[in-house]
Design a protein. Structure first.
Length: 144
């Protein structure tokens, strides 16, 4: 179980570090911010897409382990399923968070920044602690 938890923790930390690393690089002037700021049509299309992705990914990621097929896989395959679904859950929040951070600095649009912050605030709810890992593979997890 510790190996699975360490893998999930590494994924969690890498995603958060990527988002924060982008912010540091842009804020320190290493990367040029606002490169796409003049492209209003592209900004609108990407903002709409990222709003939809963000609105869908948050509830799916937070409730994923309550879905019947996921619960069944966790009970039957245990750690292997936890590693798979835990990674998916972390990436459902992490990939849009990193994308929103990047798009914020490319367009300098607060829309992307706010969505990235919301996703960052959701990340502690999927933090892979050892206790949570044990709970999620136990037979009592998600009983109705």
């Amino acid at each position: 179980m510790k190996r699975t938890r360490n893998i999930l923790l590494a994924e969690f930390l890498v995603v958060v570090a990527l988002a924060l690393g982008l912010a540091v690089l842009y804020e320190c002037g290493v990367l040029c911010a606002g490169m796409w700021a003049t492209s209003d049509t592209l900004e609108f299309a990407l903002a709409t897409l990222m709003e939809l992705v963000t609105l869908v990914s948050i509830p799916v990621a937070l409730r994923m382990f309550r879905f019947r097929p996921v619960r069944k896989a966790l009970r039957s395959r245990g750690e292997m399923a936890l590693r798979t679904y835990g990674s998916v859950r972390i990436l459902l929040l992490g990939v849009p968070m990193v994308a929103n951070a990047l798009l914020y600095y490319l367009f300098m649009s607060t829309t992307f920044g706010y969505m990235g912050i919301i996703l960052l605030l959701c990340m502690p709810f999927v933090f892979p602690s050892l206790g949570r890992c044990h709970y999620e593979v136990s037979t009592s997890c998600g009983e109705e």
